[in-house]
Design a protein around this ligand. Structure first.
Ligand code: CA
Length: 445
């Protein structure tokens, strides 16, 4: 059996062999830039382009200029796992991040992180001489050795925790958490505004060379603070993690609106820099909404394996390459972006990376028919085509089989009608779990 070190060596070799191809223009001419914007805990029923309750004209405009996905899924139902899958193109379980990386310094999971032996999407773009940056939430390791600058990002401004006070930048363990690369930074400002302004500045500074820009927003994750609210968390202080607003629903709305304005500012910067037609822009969420937001008619919330936990909004634009105003029903997941975006950009990637994500570029660019594929959540839920099987788990007393064609609300358990389908899924889950256990990147003891 191949060992991890052998695999890494082989990946390095592949990357080296790819060298002569580095810098070649894509099939579409100039290498396109990529701006990947991700909200935190935004639900399927939050945005106006998904018939949601918050008016988001700037995100809606991306959908008008490109594609709105109706069957996009976050790999995880909570923050860290989805981010690990997005960055590595692999199931988060395989990438060694099956659960959230805890803020509490005493929690055993606090010491975990995305291991540097993982090859990230930023490293893949950098192999093609892209400049890369991340502005916003990392949540893939607290220790400096897990800093994004060790994972292919040339520049990092943001926080390593799961959430911070939007004004004071203190995390929920009472630790100050705002960084510029490897240094703590005393930069003042509302988190959403800072993330936007760094992204805009980066776009203007790098308009003449291809870049990969990752913009993981904090909104609308708690603490529930609008742009005019004062700070409430203090270092080592005693505070309510969720904040002090009593009208939390209104605060949530303000947070989404502010993020949407930020998306507008990024689009303006691309336009003013004359590179909007050379830039692929994606906007999505990292998991479903809490009960404060809306997952539309879907069952469940963040942290559950029901559709409300992981079917989330996602829109993409690339003027001249993606047909405007399309609605796409392809089943797609966070881990698909690594192979898909590199393929869309006409760039090679190390095919021996043992990716779990699929290259769905032809479904997006050429509007080819959707393909059927299998997705697993947390080793206990599995989906293929119209069918989704869920083992008995928290919030679900008995194993269930749902047909998502007419039942995205997962209200009718059809397991007694289709026992063979359920049994097949159950067997697949067992194999999947054994494979993950065998191949997972270990965390240091
Ligand atoms: Ca999240």
């Amino acid at each position: 059996m191949k060992t991890r070190s052998y695999r890494c060596w082989y990946v390095c070799l592949i990357l080296t062999v790819m060298g002569p191809f580095v810098g070649l223009n894509s099939a579409f001419g100039k290498n396109p830039n990529v701006v990947f914007i991700m909200a935190d805990d935004l639900g399927y029923g939050d945005l106006s382009c998904y018939s949601g309750w918050i008016k988001t004209p700037h995100i809606d405009a991306i959908a008008k200029r490109g594609i709105r996905f109706t069957d996009y899924h976050s790999n995880g139902t909570i923050c860290s796992p989805t981010r690990a899958a997005l960055l590595t193109g692999r199931y988060q379980q395989r990438a060694g991040i099956p659960s959230v990386i805890a803020a509490d310094l005493k929690h055993p999971a606090h010491a975990r992180g995305l291991q540097t032996q993982e090859v990230t999407i930023a490293e893949c773009f950098k192999k093609h001489r892209y400049t890369s940056a991340i502005f916003g939430k990392w949540h893939l390791g607290y220790y400096p050795k897990y800093n994004p600058t060790h994972q292919g990002f040339d520049e990092f401004v943001g926080y390593v925790s799961g959430n911070i006070d939007f004004q004071s930048h203190v995390d929920q363990a009472g630790v100050f958490d705002w960084w510029h690369n490897l240094e703590i930074s005393q930069e003042a400002g509302y988190t959403t505004h800072l993330i936007t302004s760094h992204a805009v500045e980066f776009i203007r500074a790098n308009k003449r060379r291809p870049f990969f820009l990752y913009v993981p927003h904090e909104a609308p994750h708690y603490p529930y603070q609008g742009p005019t609210d004062p700070p409430h968390r203090k270092v080592d202080g005693d505070f309510n993690n969720k904040g002090v607003r009593t009208d939390t629903k209104q605060a949530y709305r303000e947070m989404v609106i502010e993020m949407d304005k930020g998306v507008g500012a990024i689009m303006n910067a691309l336009g003013e820099s004359g590179i909007i037609d050379d830039t692929i822009v994606v906007f999505c969420s990292d998991n479903g909404a809490t009960s404060l937001g809306s997952n539309g008619s879907l069952r469940g919330n963040k942290g559950t394996n029901f559709e409300g936990g992981h079917r989330v909004p996602c829109v993409i634009q690339w003027p001249g390459h993606i047909v405007a105003g399309e609605v796409c029903s392809q089943t797609i997941a966070s881990m698909d972006w690594l192979p898909t975006l590199l393929a869309m950009a006409g760039l090679g990637f190390p095919r021996r990376l043992e990716l779990d994500g699929l290259d769905l570029s032809v479904q997006i660019l050429n509007k080819e028919e959707v393909i059927q594929r299998t997705l697993v959540w947390d080793g206990v839920a599995i989906r293929r085509g119209v069918w989704k099987y869920m083992a008995a788990q928290k919030g679900l007393a008995v194993a269930s089989l749902f047909n998502l064609t007419n039942d995205t609300a997962e209200s009718k358990n059809l397991i007694d009608h289709h026992p063979q389908i359920a049994q097949k899924f159950k067997s697949e889950l067992k194999l999947w779990n054994a494979d993950m256990e065998k191949t997972k990147t270990p965390q240091p003891k």
